[in-house]
Structure formats: C-alpha cells, structure tokens
Design a protein around this ligand. Sequence first.
Ligand code: SF4
Ligand code: SF4
Length: 139
Amino acid sequence: MDDPVPEEEPCEQCGLCCRIFGPGIAPTAANVYTWMEQGRTDILRWFVAFVENGSIPVSCLDLAVDDLGGVVVFEMRDHSTGGYMSVCPFLRRVAKERYLCGIHAVKPEMCCTYQPWIWGETYFNRCKSLKKNRSKANI
Ligand code: SF4
Ligand code: SF4
C-alpha cells in the first residue's frame, strides 16, 4: 500500500494514538540510560523494571546503570499506586484538538519510530493524518 501521507507533514497532533496506546508504551534500556544520565527523575518515576531472577517490579528511580543489562522488561506504572496508567502522563493538551508530547526530545524509541500512516505493524486506521490524506486522494 502506498503511503497516503506526505513525509514532510505526517502528524496532525490530534493526540489520538497517544491517548489510546500511550499507557502501554515501554522504553528501551537505552532510553532509560539517557534519562538516568540526564537526571530525568520526572520521567523515570513513571516506569518500573522487571529484573532477571525476580518478578517484583523495581522503580526505574531505584535502578543503577549496571542494572540495565539484567532488565527483562520495562512497564509504565502510576508511581503513587503502582497500578497501570489509563493515560500517558507525558501527553499535554495545548488546544481544543491539539496535543503535544511533554518529553518529545527524549521520548521512548517506540514513540519516535511510530508511523501509523504506513501500512505495517503500527498502522492505525483512526489516525487523523491517514484519514485526511485518504479523503484527499479519494481512497
Ligand atoms: S511519551 Fe509522548 S509520544 Fe509517547 S505516548 Fe506519551 S505523549 Fe505520546
Ligand atoms: S493519530 Fe495520527 S494524526 Fe493523531 S497524533 Fe497520532 S499520528 Fe498524529
């Protein structure tokens, strides 16, 4: 399938993908390392790590760089309750129908590579950019 969205202006910033999938995002160890190096406790506190040989989640605030190699998986969690999130804590509403990422410069890799307008693993048929360009192209 051809990409119906021009590369130069792919996202309408409607925030829908972040609102739906945001609570399920997980960083890579490289993302967490960057946040550690930059002292981004405001980001680290929203993630836990499951470390080899243990099933208890450890807050990323309590991890050391040397622990990263032993992490099996990272998950987003509410740092005050330990429960799952219903909304990504980094999503910012800046206008009635416009949303931005509050950690855009250092957001998780899966957010950086997410391209819902391209047919494939991350294709999202409710993406506003995809719909707009489909109607323009009369697809
Ligand atoms: S981290 Fe940013 S880009 Fe990723 S889901 Fe949250 S608001 Fe969206
Ligand atoms: S659903 Fe599409 S247009 Fe809306 S924020 Fe996500 S990528 Fe951008």
